[in-house]
Design a protein around this ligand. Sequence first.
Ligand SMILES: *[C@@H]1O[C@H](CO)[C@@H](O)[C@H](O)[C@H]1NC(C)=O
Ligand SMILES: *[C@@H]1O[C@H](CO)[C@@H](O)[C@H](O)[C@H]1NC(C)=O
Ligand SMILES: *[C@@H]1O[C@H](CO)[C@@H](O)[C@H](O)[C@H]1NC(C)=O
Ligand SMILES: *[C@@H]1O[C@H](CO)[C@@H](O)[C@H](O)[C@H]1NC(C)=O
Ligand SMILES: *[C@@H]1O[C@H](CO)[C@@H](O)[C@H](O)[C@H]1NC(C)=O
Ligand SMILES: *[C@@H]1O[C@H](CO)[C@@H](O)[C@H](O)[C@H]1NC(C)=O
Ligand SMILES: *[C@@H]1O[C@H](CO)[C@@H](O)[C@H](O)[C@H]1NC(C)=O
Ligand SMILES: *[C@@H]1O[C@H](CO)[C@@H](O)[C@H](O)[C@H]1NC(C)=O
Length: 480
Amino acid sequence: MGSLQVLILVMIFGCFKPIADGLGVNWGTLANHPLPSKTVVQLLKDNGIKKVKLFDADSGSLNALAGSGLEVMVAIPNNMLGMMMDYATAKKWVNRNVTGYNFNGGVNIKYVAVGNEPFLSSYNGTFLNVTLPALQNIQKALNEAGVGSTIKATVPLNADVYAGDLPSEGQFRTDISDLMTQIVTFLNQSGAPFMVNIYPFLSLYDSEGFPFEYAFFDNTGNTVTDNGVVYTNVFDANYDTLVSALKAVNFGSMEIIVGEVGWPTDGNIYAKAANAQRFYAGLMKKLASNTGTPLRPNQYIEMYLFGLIDEDAKSVDPGNFERHWGVLKYDGQPKFNMDLTGQGRNVTLVPAKGVEYQSKTWCLLNPKAQNNMTALANNINYACTYADCTSLGYGSTCNGLDSSGNASYAFNAYFQVQSQIDGSCDFEGLATVTTQDPSTNGCNFTIQIVLDDSFGFRVTVPVHVVLLHVLVSVFLVMIW
Ligand SMILES: *[C@@H]1O[C@H](CO)[C@@H](O)[C@H](O)[C@H]1NC(C)=O
Ligand SMILES: *[C@@H]1O[C@H](CO)[C@@H](O)[C@H](O)[C@H]1NC(C)=O
Ligand SMILES: *[C@@H]1O[C@H](CO)[C@@H](O)[C@H](O)[C@H]1NC(C)=O
Ligand SMILES: *[C@@H]1O[C@H](CO)[C@@H](O)[C@H](O)[C@H]1NC(C)=O
Ligand SMILES: *[C@@H]1O[C@H](CO)[C@@H](O)[C@H](O)[C@H]1NC(C)=O
Ligand SMILES: *[C@@H]1O[C@H](CO)[C@@H](O)[C@H](O)[C@H]1NC(C)=O
Ligand SMILES: *[C@@H]1O[C@H](CO)[C@@H](O)[C@H](O)[C@H]1NC(C)=O
Ligand SMILES: *[C@@H]1O[C@H](CO)[C@@H](O)[C@H](O)[C@H]1NC(C)=O
């Protein structure tokens, strides 16, 4: 064989090495202008992704997934858990949202996520009494519908349900230890996995003095030694803390699925595309080589990246980074190079195809507008209430703008979310439209994609709210 043939073979093998079996992605849809469901499903296929986790059972997403062969996890949002304590309601949910798609050419549902991190300390115990009964009822309904042997209900939990100074000292959180034991016992009985979300980024963000390098798999800094076992990164340490917590309640070999893992790219000093790229490169390499963790070595780990696409309508309670978790931008364009096969090639993900953008028109602060600081502040505030301005904050991509740049950014974000409709670039006469891209190096004044009508969910503000705002302002001006 000549070197050319060898080269071609190498290229073919290189290209066709599939992504790791365990790799899935989270598909969240809390965006002002979400990509059409069909576009997203095609995107998943184009990238060789075979598993997808949803946060609800939206019929738009599920219809698009029908016939794709992708393995799907549907979910029951936290605010529906209470209702699921009623068995008849749980049964209806399962019939409509699981068995309803179980036909030839339907959706390959494998898991039902019951709630999403329901025991977060910040929920103050709201979901403590409802989660286990909901889990039991959903699994019972799955069993009764005859699909319980292949479709399992589980509860995606935040890693804050356990703790330990060292991985070997892992225990479930004391305030919920009885509940966790009951849940784990039930999961074992039904043959369901334990699902946990692990975020090295949040370890870094939450704890002052956390060693930056320890968040990464190619850590060049300090390591942690636990009974002679060396931990080089916080992901492994966190995962093994869970293994120990399970062992402490006699379920040391229970299957673990990582329901969310990822790194955001904006909204915080650590949320940078370069850090995300480094984190994912290490994660993909780990996954592809089945190295497992020190307590569970040489194992395949199933994990779902969080997330696939940015969601500009998520709550920013956790932090400004919350709207920037996507490995793809809002429009399905890759943010950084990433090789899902874990071979470390310098390649991009396959971008979304056929994306339609609004026209290349931006909304800016009118430089000739009267210099009224109160009116300006009010209008910026209004724009940022309904559109995403998280890129303006400290440590973010557009933090370098001057005050008029800030105003323009906010006005434009609102104008795009409003689909550039008449009256959405006014702001009491402070704003004006332009066809010249005001983006600067690293700070993107985005043009939103065309709103897809097949989506049920909308967070866009209707025009009458805009008018109302103007009226209220006029009213305020009058009473002053
Ligand atoms: C099915 O799921 C959707 C989306 O999560 C939800 O709105 C709906 O109430 C569910 N259907 C039933 C019958 O529970
Ligand atoms: C939990 O309690 C804190 C402090 O009392 C409060 O600020 C917060 O709003 C509560 N959160 C929820 C989800 O009830
Ligand atoms: C949960 O149940 C316990 C015991 O029945 C009760 O004391 C507590 O108030 C309940 N919590 C909520 C949030 O409903
Ligand atoms: C876990 O489930 C398996 C299979 O049903 C069962 O054999 C085993 O005894 C269970 N383990 C515990 C500790 O209950
Ligand atoms: C990787 O590819 C990008 C273009 O996609 C290029 O800008 C970059 O320099 C390459 N990096 C390396 C290390 O080759
Ligand atoms: C500035 O705007 C505020 C709020 O819109 C208004 O109340 C005030 O009268 C304006 N000031 C001047 C000098 O125009
Ligand atoms: C622009 O807005 C951001 C976010 O509110 C703020 O941190 C920054 O100081 C502002 N810049 C100027 C020059 O006002
Ligand atoms: C801004 O984002 C859009 C959409 O992803 C992209 O096409 C464009 O090149 C970006 N502009 C700059 C200046 O980065």
